[in-house]
Structures are given as structure tokens and as C-alpha cells.
Design a protein around this ligand. Structure first.
Ligand SMILES: NC(=O)C1=CN([C@@H]2O[C@H](COP(=O)(O)OP(=O)(O)OC[C@H]3O[C@@H](n4cnc5c(N)ncnc54)[C@H](O)[C@@H]3O)[C@@H](O)[C@H]2O)C=CC1
Ligand code: BAL
Length: 499
């Protein structure tokens, strides 16, 4: 906490912020072609922060045209990778210089706590950009084991113009997860921020221009999903879309691609992630801290949140006692007060959705209360394995506890979901830990911890949680490049040439 400011200091920064509101296309800020705007609201207060350009198909078409021009003339795509690296590192440094303001802007627009914005979102955003920048001049192409009469090169090329459709739960960080590898690879991008949280994406575009990213390469087009996301998904001149958000909208992007130009689609979607705690788990206090962090961090507005605790009955009471004690140490309140660990849910609509799961059904062990945008960390003891609280992604600070008799029952219940994004397993038995990790159908399984890995590890889901490529790690590079074979015939005689 030592680097954090006081609530009063954060409020003073908030009062002095200039709030970006226009679309950023071809290197300049501009209003929507229609002139329309929409309100962006501080969910902690209900106050309108700014009127954001409400873009639509006409703005998307213009942004794609400019992105295509920039891609084809090579002003970015054909730079030496070292030059792209240097500019992206400059962008990361500019973000670092402006981190405090960006953290406050993020917190105001999303309801996320300043604590998380300062300690997680901003540092990870910077780290992500640097990681992909540093990677790009160290990736080698390949030569296949062809005969002496041939050379077959397998080269990677930037895929082209890419649509990046973002969620509201980690606005800056998800933008970094996508623009980091896309820009490093040489693509030109159109970012579509979630309508709840457009401002940090627009500020990032301004910093990117200052860092030296050429006009047309990074465009940010704010607006509603059907107005901006759909035309992007259906555009005949967009080569790929990378999306993070709900499974329902993810399915739409597959339809858009199928009904247009069969663009590449990567989908990172929801989860109903299990945390399995077996009777032999060690250090229950530490386990409890991980469970609480997994369930309530970012108000549970996290696709990898541990929203189902699957606990073996021998350890249940002792664990729950500790979980409840830890959860009580997570104060909810003003997101700009750095003592708070639980901020406001992102919007009134989302608050209403989360509240619809409260006040009925399973026994409440903790919380269950909500007021004016804030929901207390809530723990429910659930006996019905088909309850909505167990099946549906609530995306709020609500933890469903399920009790099992055995390891096999725990793993079968962990897999009893349409989703498969993340899971964790807590046990002192290394064989069971590994058997569990291998048996759970999820993109990331952590052992004796809650986590998502880090920037070096691929992130994405199985089943209804994911489709196509992965974010993070070298694997992210695959989303934004395509593989080309260049076959060189070195033979003198025609018979060998057809080999
Ligand atoms: N990281 C994740 O896995 C996220 C999951 N969700 C889940 O989705 C639920 C609903 O949240 P929403 O904000 O409504 O998610 P969403 O999936 O509708 O929104 C994500 C992005 O898709 C865009 N979009 C929405 N409708 C579209 C359409 N018809 N065509 C093209 N683009 C469209 C949105 O404008 C936004 O940029 C949440 O309660 C949560 O369960 C939401 C956000 C992030
Ligand atoms: N947890 C990072 C990815 C997401 O929630 O969308």
C-alpha cells in the first residue's frame, strides 16, 4: 500500500482529469459521423462522466479503410521488428508516466477499485506491452526438411486488419492483451471498447500516437455492440477478430464470420470456474485466502473467477470458517478509497442482473446484501447441483459452495458445466493434484493457488469458454499472423522439379 495515495489525493486527480470522448481514427480524434453520443456513467455514483461518440457502421467502414491503407503501404507492417519493438516500449513507458491518471480514469469509468487499478491493471498492462515488444524480434521462421533440390521456408506474416472487441471488466488490460501481440506482429487494428468503459482505450490511443505508432494503425471506435461490433464482425475487409466477452456474443461473431468473409475468430468467453479443495489440503488459512481472492477479486467480474467452491466434506467446516473470516477483511465501498477491495459493479444493468441471484434459493453463509451499485461478498451453501447459482455465470461477488464425498465426485462436479476456462485444485497429494489437473477440462488449472498464470502462459478456454487462439504467451502471436510456405525449386532437371 505504500505507493498508493490517499482517497483525497485520488479525488483531486479525478477532478482534474480531461476525459477523452471522441473516436480515434487515422491518427486523430473525431466525433461519430452521425454526431450522436452516449453517456458514460460512474457506476459508483450514477453521475454522467462524459458523452462518448456513438459510432456506427459508417465509422467502422472509415476506420477499416484507414487501417487497410496503413497495413498495405507498410508504414507499420513492414517496419523492421526492432523498430516496432522500440515504439511499443515507448508506449509502455508513456503509460507508466501516466499510470496514476489512467488508474483513476479506469476506476471512475468501471467501478473497479483504485487498489486493483494501481496494483494489478496498470502494472500488468505495461508488462504485457513490453513482453510482446521484446518477443517480436526474437521469433525465427522455419525451414522444412525438404530434399537438397528444394528449400521450403515456413514464414509468418501479419494477418492484416484486425478487430479487437473488448469487455468492460479489465478495459485497459484486455486492450493490452490484444494490441500487444497484434501490433508487435505488424497488424493494423480497430479496437471496439465495451460501451460501459471507453475512456482508457481512447487515452491509450492518444499515448500510442505520442509514442510514434503511425496514423491508421491503432484506431478506437466506441459505441454499442450491434452498432460497432457487428459491422466489424461482418466487414469483408477485416481479416481477424479477437473477442473477449459473453458466450452469447461470442457465438454471434462466429455467425458474422461465417456470413461474411470467413475471417479468423478468437473468442475468450465466460466461465463457472471450480476451486476444488480436498480433505488433505494443507494450510487452510492460505487456501481460504486464495478462495476469497479467486471469488471476490474485481467484484467477481472476472471470467476466471472461482465462482464454485467444491469442497470435500471432511474439511468443509474448518475451511468455511476461515473463508468467512478472510472475506470479512474485504471492505466494499468508494472505489477511489484505497482501503476498499470491492468496488461498484460496472453498471446499473449488471448490478440488477447480479442482484437477481440474491434473496432466494441457497442458504446464505455470508453477505447477500446489495445497495446502490455495490454488492457485498456473498457465500451460498448450495445443495441443488442444478441451481442457477451453480450453473450460470453471475459475474459478481457470489461464491456457491458445493459439498462432495470423494476425489472422483469432486472432479466429475468440476466438469459438470458448459464452461471450461479455469480451475484450481488444493491438495497435498501430488498424484491427485496432477490427476485432477489432467482430468479437469479447462484452459488453465492451478494447483494450490488461484491464478491465471502470467503473461508468458497462454490463456483461453475449453468448451463454451473459448474458441480459436489464445491470449498471452507466444501462443497469442498465432492469432495475429498466418503461416505461409515459400517453396524454392533448386533442381536442374524437370523430373525432379515436380517432386
Ligand atoms: N471476460 C469475460 O469473459 C466477460 C464476460 N462477460 C459476461 O457477459 C455478461 C454480459 O455482459 P456484456 O457486457 O453484455 O457482454 P458482451 O459479450 O455483450 O460484451 C462484450 C463486447 O461485445 C460487444 N457486443 C455486444 N453485443 C454485440 C453484438 N450483438 N455484436 C457485436 N458485438 C457486441 C460489446 O459492446 C462489448 O464490447 C456478463 O454478465 C458476464 O457474464 C462480460 C464481459 C466480460
Ligand atoms: N481475467 C482476465 C480475462 C477476463 O476476465 O476477461
Amino acid at each position: 500500500m505504500s505507493d498508493l495515495l490517499t482517497k483525497e489525493e485520488y479525488k483531486a486527480i479525478a477532478a482534474g482529469l480531461s476525459l477523452p470522448s471522441q473516436a480515434f481514427i487515422d491518427g486523430s480524434f473525431r466525433p461519430a459521423k452521425s454526431g450522436r453520443t452516449f453517456d458514460t456513467i460512474n457506476p459508483a455514483t450514477g453521475v454522467v462522466l462524459a458523452k462518448i461518440a456513438a459510432c456506427d457502421k459508417a465509422d467502422v467502414d472509415f476506420a477499416v479503410e484507414k487501417a487497410r491503407d496503413s497495413f498495405e503501404d507498410g508504414r507499420w507492417s513492414r517496419l523492421h521488428p526492432r523498430e516496432r519493438k522500440e515504439i511499443l516500449i515507448r508506449l509502455a513507458k508513456l503509460i507508466r508516466q501516466n499510470a496514476r491518471e489512467l488508474a483513476v480514469l479506469e476506476s471512475l469509468d468501471s467501478g473497479k477499485t483504485i487498489f486493483d487499478c494501481e496494483t494489478v491493471d496498470l502494472p500488468e498492462t505495461i508488462n504485457c506491452l513490453i513482453w510482446h515488444a521484446e518477443l517480436i524480434d526474437k521469433i525465427y521462421d522455419q525451414v522444412s526438411p525438404a530434399s537438397d533440390n528444394h528449400i521450403a521456408m515456413i514464414v509468418r506474416e501479419p494477418i492484416g486488419v484486425v478487430g479487437l472487441v473488448l469487455p468492460w471488466n479489465f478495459p485497459l488490460l484486455m486492450m493490452a492483451w490484444k494490441i500487444g501481440p497484434a501490433l508487435a506482429a505488424g497488424c493494423s487494428v480497430i479496437v471496439k471498447p465495451a460501451e460501459e468503459t471507453s475512456m482508457t482505450a481512447l487515452r491509450m490511443a492518444e499515448l500510442a500516437m505520442e509514442a510514434g505508432i503511425p496514423a491508421g494503425v491503432l484506431n478506437v471506435v466506441p459505441g454499442a455492440g450491434p452498432e460497432v461490433g457487428e459491422p466489424l464482425g461482418r466487414h469483408m475487409d477485416v481479416d481477424a477478430v479477437s473477442f473477449t466477452g459473453s458466450t452469447e456474443t461470442g457465438r454471434r461473431f462466429l455467425r458474422y464470420a461465417a456470413e461474411s468473409n470467413l475471417k479468423e475468430v478468437t473468442l475468450e468467453m465466460g466461465g463457472k470456474n471450480p476451486a476444488v479443495v480436498l480433505d488433505d489440503a494443507e494450510n487452510l488459512d492460505r487456501v481460504a485466502a486464495h478462495i476469497v481472492n479467486g471469488a471476490f477479486w474485481n467484484m467477481g467480474e472476472n471470467c476466471s473467477a472461482s465462482s464454485r467452491l467444491i469442497v470435500q466434506k471432511g474439511v468443509k467446516d474448518a475451511l468455511l470458517k476461515r473463508i468467512i473470516a478472510h472475506a470479512r477483511e474485504w471492505p466494499a465501498g468508494d472505489p477511489l478509497d484505497p482501503v476498499n477491495r470491492v468496488g461498484a459493479l460496472v453498471s446499473k444493468a449488471h448490478y440488477d442482473k447480479v442482484c437477481s441471484y440474491l434473496g432466494w434459493g441457497p442458504k446464505i453463509l455470508l453477505g447477500g446484501k446489495a445497495d446502490a451499485g455495490f454488492v457485498e461478498p456473498t457465500i451460498l451453501d448450495v445443495s441443488d447441483r442444478d441451481a442457477a447459482h451453480v450453473r450460470e455465470e453471475i459475474f459478481g461477488p457470489v461464491l456457491a459452495v458445493l459439498t462432495v464425498d470423494s476425489f472422483d465426485d469432486a472432479i466429475s462436479l468440476a466438469n459438470d458445466t458448459e464452461y471450461g476456462l479455469a480451475a484450481s485444485i488444493f491438495t497435498a497429494n501430488v498424484k491427485r493434484a496432477m490427476r485432477g489437473a489432467r482430468s479437469i477440462r479447462a484452459g488453465t488449472v492451478t494447483i494450490n493457488a488461484f491464478g491465471e498464470g502470467d503473461i508468458s502462459t497462454p490463456f483461453g478456454g475449453f468448451k463454451a469458454s473459448g474458441f480459436g487462439g489464445r491470449d498471452n504467451g507466444i501462443h497469442a502471436h498465432d492469432q495475429y499472423t498466418q503461416v505461409k510456405t515459400i517453396w524454392v525449386d533448386l533442381s536442374d532437371d524437370a523430373d525432379e522439379a515436380v517432386d
